[in-house]
Design a protein around this ligand. Structure first.
Ligand code: ATP
Ligand code: MG
Length: 429
């Protein structure tokens, strides 16, 4: 990070020596003041992009339309952006057209929050026309200028407001909070991708509980373009410390289970939110495993027997994967639990799974079809028949029996068992 900063200051000084103004700006100044690690250093300058390109050996025209040139110093990329003013805002989104200006203060003025509107000059001095540092020290998040106007120009700022407040543990200053609440319905103009990016950082961030609280209080998710299950988050819900779950996806799975969502609805919700296929699959598997575990438990007569609960647990592991079940167990360990504990049977079963689930997973001799000592082709060859839908079913039964330790995972045993099953199936037909 030291080398990262040195590269940034090298750029600032080079621009300064060439007769331009240049500063570190935005998130890097904020994070430095807080003593937080800085991910990237952004630079603002009075030099126009063509001048920036002329001054450095390695540049990439990454965002010329907003005045941004990427300068590469020692393999590290830095965004260098010309001072600018944002022209008219269209439909509550940031403008595509920009106008270059000469004044740093005016460039800082277009930024969203006072803590994001600070700069550091070529000698390392802080420039802070909107008192961002004072706000930071008091733990306050405040818009630059008139909050209502700022949220009106770009509604995404409201999501950023919620994200910064939760990630940095800040109180939202009253006028900013009031403006957010009165403007929240403007979020419908924001692309779901942008909403998701902020939501993902909130749920995956350092204080997911505070994030949920802020989302519930502002009712932000009720006002986005598409109707979401997640908008069911409310102030009454009590959450366990979700940061005990390390992954954003696992926290999200907890939330969906708490909302009693079914797997198909989770999929629909996460697609609307433009989460990746992989993220969606991870969450859905966990929710689906939970659903099959507890579904019908109420009516089961053997619900209190350990062997019965073990069978359910292992069957779920075979269908949804061992890692989904491990995560589910972590989810079940949190208090308050994600499921209504007024259901005695479910409550007791979950208790058993918490205690024994990991042991059972550990003891499974096989956990996937690929580990089974026979495959579909061998099975058909042995039985002397063509494959069909039953092949898969039979393989799955063998897998389950092997996973439960009822059958030894060797070819001979499995093929003999398959023969027996097959003959029975024929008799029944
Ligand atoms: P992080 O990178 O941790 O999200 P950041 O503050 O660096 O935080 P960026 O999105 O990288 O956020 O933006 C860099 C700077 O650009 C911000 O610090 C802020 O000054 C300004 N900025 C970004 N988005 C907006 C916006 N929607 N409205 C006004 N200013 C913005
Ligand atoms: Mg940044």
């Amino acid at each position: 990070s030291d080398a990262l900063k040195q590269g940034a200051m090298q750029i600032v000084r080079r621009l300064y020596e060439a007769g331009f103004e240049a500063y570190l700006v935005g998130g890097c100044v904020r994070d430095e003041q807080l003593g937080r690690p800085v991910k990237d250093y952004d630079i603002a300058t009075s030099a126009h992009p063509d001048k920036v390109q002329g001054l450095f050996e390695r540049t990439v025209p990454t965002g010329l339309q907003h005045g941004t040139v990427t300068v590469v110093i020692g393999k590290k990329p830095y965004e260098v952006t010309t001072f600018r003013r944002e022209g008219g805002y269209e439909a509550f989104r940031r403008p595509t057209e920009v106008e270059y200006i000469d004044s740093l203060t005016e460039d800082l003025q277009r930024r969203d929050f006072t803590m994001n509107a600070m700069a550091i000059d070529q000698s390392g001095d802080l420039i802070d026309p909107f008192d961002g540092l004072k706000d930071l020290k008091r733990g306050v998040l405040r818009c630059v200028g008139q909050a209502e106007e700022r949220f009106g120009e770009d509604a995404l700022r409201m999501m950023r407001c919620l994200r910064f407040a939760s990630e940095y543990g800040l109180r939202v200053e009253q006028a900013t909070w009031d403006a957010l609440n009165s403007g929240i319905s403007l979020l419908r103009h924001i692309a779901m991708e942008r909403i998701r990016a902020e939501l993902e950082r909130m749920v995956g961030g350092s204080d997911p509980n505070r994030a949920l609280e802020l989302l519930a209080e502002s009712r932000a998710l009720r006002h986005v373009k598409q109707e979401l299950l997640l908008s069911g988050l409310d102030k009454e819900t009590e959450w366990p410390p979700l940061s005990r779950l390390m992954k954003m996806e696992h926290r999200l799975a907890f939330i969906y289970i708490r909302l009693e969502a079914d797997p198909a609805d989770v999929e629909a919700d996460m697609i609307k939110l433009t989460f990746s296929r992989q993220q969606m699959e991870t969450v859905k598997r966990i929710v689906a495993a939970h659903t099959v575990l507890v579904f019908g438990l109420d009516d089961a007569t053997e619900w209190d027997e350990e062997s019965y609960l073990r069978r359910r647990w292992i069957a779920a592991a075979l269908t949804y994967g061992v890692s989904a079940l491990r995560t589910l167990r972590e989810i079940y360990l949190l208090e308050p639990a994600p499921i209504r504990t007024d259901n005695v049977k479910v409550g007791r079963a979950v208790d058993v799974w918490r205690r024994l689930g990991p042991v059972w997973l550990e003891q499974m001799p096989v956990s996937a079809l690929a580990e089974l000592a026979v495959g579909g082709k061998e099975l058909m060859g042995h039985l002397g028949v063509k494959g069909g839908p039953w092949t898969g079913r039979l393989l799955h039964r063998l897998l389950e029996a092997a996973a439960l330790g009822e059958l030894c995972n060797d070819k001979e045993t499995l093929l003999a068992a398959a023969r027996e099953h097959y003959d029975k199936m024929q008799e029944n037909d």
